[in-house]
Design a protein around this ligand. Sequence first.
Ligand SMILES: [Mn+2]
Length: 319
Amino acid sequence: MRVRILHHGSCFDGASSAGLFARFFRECVAQGPAEVAFTPMDHKEAGPPIPPDFLDGDVNACVDFRYTSDPRLHWWFDHHASTFQSAADEAHFRADRSGQKFYNPSAKSCTRFLARTVAEKFGFDVSSLQELLAWAEIIDGALFESAAQAVELREPALRLMTWVEANRDRALSERFIADLVSKPLAEIAASPYVAEPLVGLLNQHQKNVEAIRRLARLEQGVVFTDLSQEPITSANKFIVYYLYPEARYAVTVLSPGKRMKVSVGSNPWPTLPRAHDIAKLCERYGGGGHPAVGAISLAKGEVDRARQIAAELVAILRT
Ligand SMILES: [Mn+2]
């Protein structure tokens, strides 16, 4: 029997959920040997979230990623608020009576939601997976104990998070998924296939910290950082609060690859609580997000427009 598992790609929670589902399926569902194959998925702006030819197994599962009403989807677990692309898809899920599709938008991680669900409903033994479940919850729920923990990346789990977010090698991704549900996290972080590329990744991360230290400006509780002229395509979003613990909000202009981005966030460890809905602020400029964090995407050349929007947001957030 061939089992296809689609999972959120380049994501610690997505990889953990995929590994967990594979183990659950082998231990609690499969009658004979199961050949498992994985497909990492990316959020796209248009088109079907799951191309129909991706559902090519005898059994198809999708974890930590969007719903599809395609009848060849047999198992599904997700927690994303934006999981349904249409009201029809949501109605299709609500009417499902398979007992194999599960959704909880208040779950912090898909990993722990999946683990608890299959433990309760199918008797899957999760006792050996407690370390993984706890870290998936911290990482996907941004429940870090401090900005220092989120930026210094000392714990093995946070190094694995950094590695998986950068990895684009499918074979290594599958090895990582299998390791997550069979080895202690420290042992995986010490494996050469993770440890060697991590040296370069942590170096770049340190350069990002230095660039942000040089360019970030804090005024009236808002940190503004213009990274549009820096060779930085992505940066850990907690660096600004690590450098400026007293900040309440952060507005950053970034030039990731083929576009410009204005990202807006609020300090998860605030001295003064958040008083703005950031998703609503971003929507005014064609962006979106969550109440605590959001972003606006612009075309590559729109540096001036990005700076103008950032300046307006900084002015609003200071009040
Ligand atoms: Mn997730």
